[in-house]
Design a protein around this ligand. Structure first.
Ligand code: NOJ
Length: 727
């Protein structure tokens, strides 16, 4: 897809711009945010450029009719909506999708969501969110693709392509958000301040946006936070110099809801009018909220506040999207073909996606459950139907419960359920009853987690343990000696240290959408084997945050007892252990490393991954840039069942002019293998994989000569290494 228009359309845009008054131009730069229908119609009549609207064919057609027939210039409106992980058929949350390590999951969600939402007249989604986040306290970690910039970039680009397709009927204009560094909020508190160097941002939070622009994303949303004292809605450096000039973003830059007028409480604008002027001048094109044109139709800024050329450029970007998406030719949808409920195909796609996302953290052999076993399901997630996850519309197709799904999949009379614990209070009597019942069953599933209302926007938490008496329930069931497995249904990574040693089998199931419970049942019963991997490191305690695998080494990396021959240990990459050295980078009261490392995930089989083979291990920088470096590895299913493994490739630049991360994910392949089968996977490392953005005054991707370690394995902790030299 391309935002490039043919010359005839560019001329049509010139003509339109020439005919619009100053007020009419500014009206194109405004999104009416969640208006009542009557108000939306009136605003459209007065020439507003976009409406935030949930999408139903009759009413969006009516809005487009008003735009075409009753507004002064007949320009159709963009109809925007947060279609985040499904419209009617809900897919796993984005963080769960990242755990599939399979970008096709995100693409399938995006194509399905686009078809469903577009059938009701939506033309623009405020998705994907590609905010790199190292902090599970931040409730919005659920909306992005985890802690790793490369994973966010790959999944973000897959979503952009999936939504936008060829920009024909049934597609949506995408919006990469939130630009930039929203996920780095201090303390994990939503909307909070960020201060980060350009070196860190370009190699981290900004990189997925550069890649989204490369993939042709139609719009980019400014984030609510400041970066180094400059609120992003008025940040000329990042909005204009980097995004539009350096990266050549041809689409829109849109403000977040009321983000422009929030420049007043940020303390950089005295009035809302000043805020609008600051934002538009800095390079923001469209305001979400309705503060550019006052309710009496007057523009709040004049040409003395914002140069005409800047406004014309912003209007051109809006009109370009309307042409590119075909609205100028035909803004209407066929109300007879509107989708209002999932089809059997979309449900099958959602189930397949949901099966690929859970991560088997630990297993003592209790899983999978024998189909003939008698099963007790306890915990608040036994009967809860809260599986959709944050950011779904009220009309989305609901899920059933885990116990319903297990009953449907198992012979009659084998599945019993009892709550045994509560999300928000303690239920000692219920727990006693659950323990008594456990003794009468072959196996217990303890279905616990975090309700979806506790993650998402404005839902940061300072305590990431299980709420209510859920942890007690795990201990009580463990004390019975009956085999059991914990199923953890959650938006964000939780702290597990309170109970993890008592729980030898744990399936991290996330919020998986409309078909979540069926998918969890499929995995518990071994219909398919879990194959997901962690897109975030799971901390041991809140005090350890941020703990990410791609940290720099420090000058005093700890050494692990018993391994003192090693000069250094990569803190977030090692397993548990403690250090003998006092003056090293560690906590006195905590084991080194995360509870579960990035990339970790078991299956019902076992795999052997060979050491990486680099046929040409000495290359020059020019060859890296043109041909790349080939790396292969062989993966073998050494177990008894067909299962998936994700072969992961990490790079380490051993000596560089700037401190580099101890590992950087640069490749992944998810493969399905029958017992005994093997396959060879191949990766090509290019300049972006071996190089990094320097810290000079102009952006430069540097590939420095020297040694690189290339690690390949089934998680960041279990890799085998080969050496590569760039001359
Ligand atoms: C605020 C959120 O930050 C953003 O992600 C969303 O798209 C807008 N609200 C619109 O609902």
């Amino acid at each position: 897809m391309s935002l490039e228009l043919d010359p005839q359309h560019e001329r049509a845009i010139d003509d339109l711009i020439a005919r619009l008054s100053w007020e009419e131009k500014l009206a194109q730069l405004q999104i009416a945010y969640r208006p009542r229908f009557e108000d939306a119609a009136a605003l459209v009549r007065s020439g507003i450029g976009a409406v935030f609207w949930p999408g139903d064919a009759d009413r969006t057609n009516e809005l487009q009719r008003v735009a075409r027939e009753e507004s002064a210039h007949g320009i159709p409106v963009l109809v925007g909506l947060d279609v985040i992980h499904g419209q009617y058929t809900i897919f796993p949350t984005p963080l769960a999708q990242a755990a599939s390590f399979d970008p096709e999951v995100a693409a399938m969600d995006a194509r399905t969501s686009a078809a469903e939402a577009a059938s009701g007249g939506v033309t623009w989604t405020f998705s994907p969110m590609i905010d790199v986040s190292p902090d599970p306290r931040w409730g919005r970690i659920v909306e992005g693709f985890g802690e790793d910039p490369w994973l966010n970039a790959v999944f973000g680009a897959a979503k952009v392509r999936g939504y936008q397709g060829d920009l024909g009927a049934g597609t949506l204009l995408a919006c990469a958000k939130h630009y930039v560094a929203y996920g780095l909020a201090e303390g994990g508190r939503d909307y909070n301040t960020v201060d980060a160097s350009e070196y860190r941002l370009r190699n981290g939070a900004a990189e997925p946006f550069r890649v989204a622009v490369e993939a042709g994303v139609a719009s980019v949303m400014a984030s609510f936070n400041t970066v180094a004292g400059r609120p992003m809605h008025a940040n000329r450096r990042w909005l204009t110099e980097v995004l539009k000039t350096e990266w050549a973003h041809a689409g829109l830059v849109v403000g977040d809801a009321d983000g422009v007028v929030q420049l007043v409480p940020h303390g950089v604008a005295a009035t809302e009018a000043d805020a609008v002027a600051l934002a538009l001048t800095a390079g923001l094109d469209v305001e979400m909220g309705g503060h550019v044109i006052a309710s009496d139709g007057r523009a709040v800024v004049t040409e003395a506040d914002v140069p005409l050329a800047r406004i014309d450029d912003a209007v051109r970007r809006v009109l370009r999207l309307k042409f590119a998406r075909g609205l100028m030719t035909d803004p209407f949808v066929d109300a007879g073909a509107e989708v209002r409920v999932p089809s059997s195909e979309t449900l099958a796609a959602a189930r397949e996606a949901a099966r690929r996302c859970p991560v088997l953290l630990a297993n003592d052999g209790t899983l999978p459950i024998a189909p003939t076993a008698s099963v007790l399901v306890v915990g608040p997630y036994a009967e809860s139907t809260d599986h959709l996850g944050t950011w779904t519309q009220s009309f989305a197709a609901k899920s059933g419960s885990l116990v319903d799904a297990l009953r449907a999949a198992m012979p009659e009379g084998r599945v019993t359920s009892l709550p045994g614990a509560q999300f928000f209070r303690r239920d000692p009597a219920g727990q006693v009853e659950a323990v008594r019942a456990a003794r009468q069953h072959d196996v217990v599933i303890v279905a616990v987690g975090e309700p979806s209302s506790l993650s998402g926007e404005a839902s940061s938490r300072s305590d990431l343990t299980l709420t209510g008496d859920q942890a007690d329930l795990i201990h009580s069931i463990a004390a019975t000696g009956v085999p059991f497995a914990v199923v953890l249904v959650t938006g964000r990574p939780l702290i597990m240290s309170e109970w993890i040693d008592a729980a030898p089998s744990v399936l991290l199931a996330w919020h998986l959408g409309t078909q979540g419970p069926q998918a969890i049942a499929d995995l518990l019963l071994g219909v398919v084997s879990p194959g997901g991997k962690l897109p975030v490191s799971i901390p041991r305690s809140v005090g350890q945050i941020p703990v990410t695998y791609d940290h720099e080494n420090t000058g005093r990396p700890p050494r692990i007892r018993g391994q003192l021959e090693h000069v250094e240990i990569d803190v977030a990459v090692v397993g548990p252990g403690n250090t003998d050295d006092y003056y090293t980078s560690k906590y006195l009261d905590l084991d080194l490393g995360p509870q579960f490392a990035f990339g970790h995930g078991l299956s019902y089989s076992t795999f052997e991954i060979s050491a990486p083979v680099i046929p040409s291990p000495v290359v020059d920088a020019a060859t890296v840039a043109t041909e790349g470096v080939r790396v292969t590895a062989t993966v073998t299913n050494t177990g008894e069942v067909t299962a998936d493994e994700v072969v992961q490739l990490y790079v380490r630049d051993v000596v560089a002019s700037l401190a580099r991360p101890v590992r950087r994910l640069r490749g992944m392949r998810r493969v399905t293998l029958a017992p005994g089968a093997s396959t060879r996977v191949e990766f090509t490392l290019g300049a972006h994989d071996l190089g990094f953005w320097g810290d000079g005054p102009t952006a430069e991707l540097i590939v420095e000569p020297g040694e690189f370690e290339v690690h390949v394995g089934g998680s960041v902790q279990s890799t085998r290494v080969a050496s590569l030299t760039v001359r």
